[in-house]
Design a protein around this ligand. Structure first.
Ligand code: KG4
Ligand code: ZN
Length: 309
């Protein structure tokens, strides 16, 4: 079964063609980062206009790469929520148009489910699993008994973890999106600065505003602070918070399959922390291939495949 996946919820216009939910035949990702960088973050109005300029080109390029026409596919999957309203509309209306013109079923896909199912590309997901979505807008701990069930165990009480990376990058004078830049800077530093105690409650919720404030204060109050060292201390604390929450979730659920998802799961230090934890506790840990950590059409096509069958 061949599914086209269309994604336009934030600042990436993407289209993929995926076979049987797991084989990525062709993917095109057009990122708007260079433009939003000028403003320090995503400007919704600009994002939707750029999606409009690029959507047909991206779909066309993907079909060409796959040597296919829309008539060759079985269904069209598209992100419907959550995301920026104007941006979502561009992908949705394009998918609806294709669906009407070519008489193909239209499948709506939740963007967060898409991030989890990105792990299904090249490796079939097995259930039950615990998923940790760590993206620019979300930090969610989710229990999935099967591919249709979606139970929130915990969420962030303030900043999302990717948002926190982006803000810390700005404090350290680095451009949007901050995550990859903080990661790069941290490679040349060492863990030096104290970070506040990690909030923990019975709900398995997260909080990142405390460490963000600690980074702001350290940067303001200590002239000549070593920014690379500060980046390491920040990144290490974030990784500890994430691993500790998963440890708790494993304890209450007894589930031994952990799936990371979302842009921040591209972070090598965080991946390594989870690898070490998985070895220590004899758990299975999965994360998407690097290009599928951030927004893409393949994850939408894969989630759409399960919705469709
Ligand atoms: O999943 P995503 O592409 O978009 C949302 O749905 O939000 O995630 C984007 C977020 C940004 O905050 C970005 O800074 C972060 O993922 N990110 C990273 C890394 N690569 C992207 N954070 C830490 N380390 C990275 N290597
Ligand atoms: Zn996303």
């Amino acid at each position: 079964m061949i599914i086209v996946g269309i994604e336009s919820s934030c600042d990436e216009t993407s289209c993929s063609i995926v076979k049987n939910g797991c084989e990525d035949i062709a993917t095109t990702i057009n990122t708007q980062i260079d433009i939003h960088k000028l403003y320090g973050g995503v400007v919704p109005e600009i994002a939707s206009r750029l999606h409009l300029e690029n959507i047909t080109l991206v779909i066309d390029e993907t079909l060409k790469k796959a040597n296919m026409s829309v008539s060759d596919v079985d269904a069209i999957a598209v992100t419907y929520s959550p995301g920026l309203l104007g941006s979502l509309l561009v992908g949705l209306e394009s998918a609806k148009a294709l669906s009407l013109v070519y008489n193909k079923p239209l499948i709506k896909v939740n963007h967060m489910l898409g991030h989890i199912v990105a792990n299904n590309i090249g490796h079939t997901l097995e259930y039950p699993l615990i998923s940790l979505i760590i993206s620019g807008g979300h930090t969610d701990l989710i229990l999935m008994e099967d591919e249709k069930s979606f139970k929130y165990i915990g969420s962030t009480l303030d900043d999302a973890v990717g948002e926190c990376f982006d803000k810390v990058a700005r404090i350290l004078d680095m451009p949007y999106p901050g995550g990859p830049n903080v990661e790069k800077l941290a490679l040349s530093g060492k863990d030096t600065y104290p970070m506040p105690d990690i909030l923990s409650d019975d709900e398995y919720n997260f909080s990142f505003s405390g460490i963000k404030t600690a980074v702001i204060n350290l940067n303001h109050n200590k002239p000549g602070i070593n920014k690379a060292d500060l980046a390491v201390s920040f990144e290490k604390t974030v990784a500890e918070i994430l691993v500790n929450h998963i440890e708790e979730a494993v304890k209450i659920t007894n589930i031994n399959k952990i799936v990371l998802a979302g842009g921040v799961s591209a972070n090598t230090y965080i991946r390594k922390s989870f690898d070490d934890f998985a070895i220590e506790k004899n758990l299975n840990i999965y994360y998407p291939e690097l290009k599928l950590c951030t927004d893409n059409g393949a994850m939408i096509a894969s989630a759409g495949y399960y919705e469709f069958i």
